[in-house]
Structures are given as C-alpha cells and as structure tokens.
Design a protein around this ligand. Structure first.
Ligand code: C5P
Length: 223
C-alpha cells in the first residue's frame, strides 16, 4: 500500500509553511518543505560563485546539495544544515527567496531535485509544501490542497511579520514583490504554479491559522 501524502501548494505568503508544519505534527507524519530546496540551491550557488543563469552548473549544484533537516521543538522552524553549517535563517532572506524563484524556472534544476523530494515519502505519511507537489512531484497523492489568499492579505501578513522583527518595511513595495513573485511562479513553463485538477482550494483570506488548519484536517479526514 502506497504511503499517504497530503500536498499543499499555493503562492508565497498564503500560510503554507505554518499550516504544513502544524498538519505534520498533528498527524505525526514527515514534512517536506520543497521551497527550502530551491532556496538552498540559490544559496549554495551564490556561495560557490555560480551565476543564476548558468543552467548546467545550477543543476549540478542542486544535484550535489549536502543538506540535512533536523527536527526542532514545536513552534520553531525546522533546522536546515548546509555543508555542516546552520543556514536556517539565511535561507529565509528576501535575497535568497528571490534567487530561489529564479533557479526554480530552470527545468534541469527541477529534474535534479525531483527524486530527492520523492524520497521524503516514508511511512507513516508525508505532508508536502510547495508549488508543484500535487501536479508534478506526487501526482498520486490522495489529498491535494491548494492554499491561497489575496495578494493584499499576503502583503499585509508579511508586513506585520517583518515589522514585528523590527524591520523597516513599506507595504506597497511588499505588494509589488509578491505580485512579481506570483507572476514568475505562475507564468513559467517549468511546473507553473496552478492547482492540480483534483485539488481542493482553501482561500485563507480573512481566516485564522486555526480555521485553516481545521479545514485542512477535515479534507485529510475525508480521504
Ligand atoms: O515556498 P518558498 O517561498 O520557500 O519557495 C521559494 C521559491 O521556490 C518560490 O518562489 C518558487 O519559485 C520556488 N518553488 C518551486 N517549486 C516548489 C517550491 C518552491 O518552484 N515546489
């Protein structure tokens, strides 16, 4: 019997990270943060002096990523170790996120990361967070969720988050960045962001995290 997978795809800032972490904990399943692999590829490339348009070299960087994900106590982000160094914070910067969305348009990079992502599928189950989890990586997943929210709401959440950490931010600029990232993710030819045909859409605009989690758990329970 195939190991079950819940895929959660959607645009950046819709709350996928928080929801998938909570879902995985609740179910006692493994978690795949596929965006982290694209972020790590961008970071490793920059450290190795590989240009973000050198497709073959980038695919090589992706294939050779020496990364481990270490579990952490509840409420803390998973610890990410690249070449023995803790890069948990560094992969979350805007610069790395921007680099990630640039390397993610390159098909050989996506191919190089495909099997690594599928290897996360282990008993008793997997919650997979990304853009193409339901469409490309786990097309046979029994539960597929597309989690979205309006660009304004996502900009607002990001604004509060950054402001809370003391950053000097401008909401209009954040909204522009979110729209640019959406544009690139949805209009690329390699695995564009879109709901799988058999995905259930959850729009988190105006919902709390607990409300989203309840909706997601209800979908998992129905499967
Ligand atoms: O989800 P996160 O913001 O960490 O993803 C960073 C970037 O990686 C996204 O903007 C997207 O371009 C890319 N990505 C992807 N496919 C995935 C996950 C992330 O193309 N499955």
């Amino acid at each position: 019997k195939a190991v079950p997978v819940v895929t959660v795809d959607g645009p950046g800032g819709a709350g996928k990270g928080t929801v998938t972490q909570m879902l995985a904990r609740k179910l006692g399943w493994h978690l795949l943060d596929s965006g982290a692999l694209y972020r790590l590829t961008a970071l490793a490339a920059s450290r190795q002096g590989v240009a973000l348009d050198d497709e073959d070299a980038l695919a090589d960087v992706a294939a050779r990523l020496n990364v481990t994900f270490e579990p952490t106590p509840e409420g803390e982000p998973v610890r990410v170790i690249l070449d023995g160094e803790d890069v948990t914070r560094e992969i979350r910067t805007e610069k790395t996120g921007d680099g990630a969305s640039r390397v993610a348009v390159i098909q050989p990079v996506r191919d190089a990361l495909l099997q690594r992502q599928r290897d996360f599928r282990k008993a008793p189950g997997l919650v997979a967070d990304g853009r193409d989890m339901g469409t490309v990586v786990f097309p046979d997943a029994p539960v597929k969720i597309f989690l979205t929210a309006s660009a304004e709401e996502r900009a607002q959440r990001r604004y509060l988050q950054l402001k809370g950490s003391g950053a000097d931010v401008n909401i209009d600029q954040l909204l522009d960045e979110i729209r640019a990232r959406d544009e690139r993710d949805m209009n690329r030819s390699a695995a564009p962001l879109k709901p799988a045909e058999d995905a259930q859409v959850i729009d988190s605009t105006g919902l709390s995290i607990d409300e989203v989690l309840m909706k997601a758990m209800a979908l998992v329970g129905q499967a």
